[in-house]
Design a protein around this ligand. Structure first.
Ligand SMILES: Cc1ncc(COP(=O)(O)O)c(C=O)c1O
Length: 337
């Protein structure tokens, strides 16, 4: 179960997904909006460019819909990148308006559907220019060219990319709005990859090809190769509070905060034992910040527990140490329950 609050989340229910309302007894993962926003701002400042937020793998386990809803209003966020077409479409249904980059290959039919929803396609296969040329669309499809500079996972090889870029740029049914690559995160080879990318983009630009926004930096590069910010950053894990490699060193460069916590309701409502308090994850430290930034959250949270929240202070769910909530007898509508 996932929730950024336990307020009514039915707005997230679609025919593709479930409403992440916590059950009475199950533990749940809770997104901490203030910390997610903090991390976006910290990475933006560190890397010096706007962020294409990677929310693949179900938003790194936190629910891509919740993460997108929290991050979209942030000025640091340029857009989102993911790898599943159905998730990209769900975001549009959910009302996400910022650019969405799908970093995957899809069928011709799906391509058309995605373009109709203004979702940016990643292009890198030899047949992509001809597939795009056949596309029946009312306006040119936005595409980003994915260049393989040595990672050998996805993308068109950098040494074969010039003619590919020419073909894409010459296809009136699409518009090249970005060009990107992925680092292997090996200090020495990253440098080689960057020089391959820079060589290609320099040559392409000199040949009159408009490449759009350039991007390469995942979390690791934002911390370790500060000169590869290019036009956009493309972090995943650090948005959620994860330091990419060397925690002790990296935390002196930028302070990241855990963007989630695991929560569970105590069945008996009693205070936690000392041992239980010691086992409490460190993210609870940030609770005061969250509540201050979004003061309606704890009150709303009470409402989602159904009858457990209505039977007076003793049976209300409490979080040990959260004195404010223990004292708070009102629901978010201001009435006594
Ligand atoms: C193409 C691409 N870019 C960026 C990222 C984000 O990487 P990280 O989570 O290490 O920041 C990923 C994640 O695997 C990715 O596949």
């Amino acid at each position: 179960m996932f929730a950024d609050t336990t307020e009514d989340t039915s707005g997230l229910t679609t025919d593709r997904g479930i409403a992440p309302v916590p059950d009475r007894y199950d533990p749940w993962v809770e997104v901490i909006p203030a910390n997610l926003a903090h991390n976006a701002a910290a990475l933006r400042q560190l890397g010096g460019s706007p962020i294409l937020a990677v929310i693949k793998n179900h938003g790194y386990g936190l629910d891509y819909r919740v993460v997108a809803r929290v991050l979209e209003p942030r000025p640091e966020i340029e857009g989102f990148a993911l790898v599943r077409a159905d998730e990209a479409l769900t975001l549009r249904e959910q009302g996400v308006r910022k650019p969405i980059l799908l970093m995957a290959r899809v069928t011709d039919a799906m391509m058309k559907d995605l373009v109709a929803h203004d979702i940016t396609l990643a292009v890198y296969a030899d047949d992509d220019p001809s597939r795009l040329a056949r596309l029946v669309v009312s306006k040119p499809a936005p595409v980003h060219a994915y260049i393989d500079t040595g990672m050998s996972r996805m993308g068109i090889r950098y040494d074969r990319a010039m003619s590919f870029l020419r073909s894409i740029a010459g296809t009136p049914r699409c518009r090249l709005t970005g060009t990107f690559m992925t680092f292997t995160e090996d200090a020495e080879f990253d440098r080689e990859q960057l020089s391959r990318f820079q060589g290609l983009t320099r040559d392409a630009t000199a040949a009159g090809i408009t490449l759009g926004k350039l991007h390469a930096a995942s979390s690791h590069s934002i911390f370790h190769h500060r000169d590869v910010g290019l036009d956009l950053l493309r972090p995943g894990m650090s948005l959620y509070g994860g330091y990419p490699d060397k925690f002790d060193e990296e935390r002196t460069v930028a302070e990241l905060r855990p963007a989630f916590r695991l929560r569970a309701r105590r069945a008996d409502g009693s205070a936690a034992t000392r041992r239980q308090r010691e086992l409490r994850p460190r993210v609870h430290r940030d609770e005061a910040d969250v509540d201050r930034d979004d003061p309606v959250r704890p009150r709303r949270r009470l409402c989602a527990y159904g009858s457990q929240g209505r039977q007076g202070a003793r049976r209300r769910p409490t979080v040990p140490g959260d004195r404010r909530r223990e004292r708070e007898p009102f629901d978010h509508r201001g009435g006594r329950r």
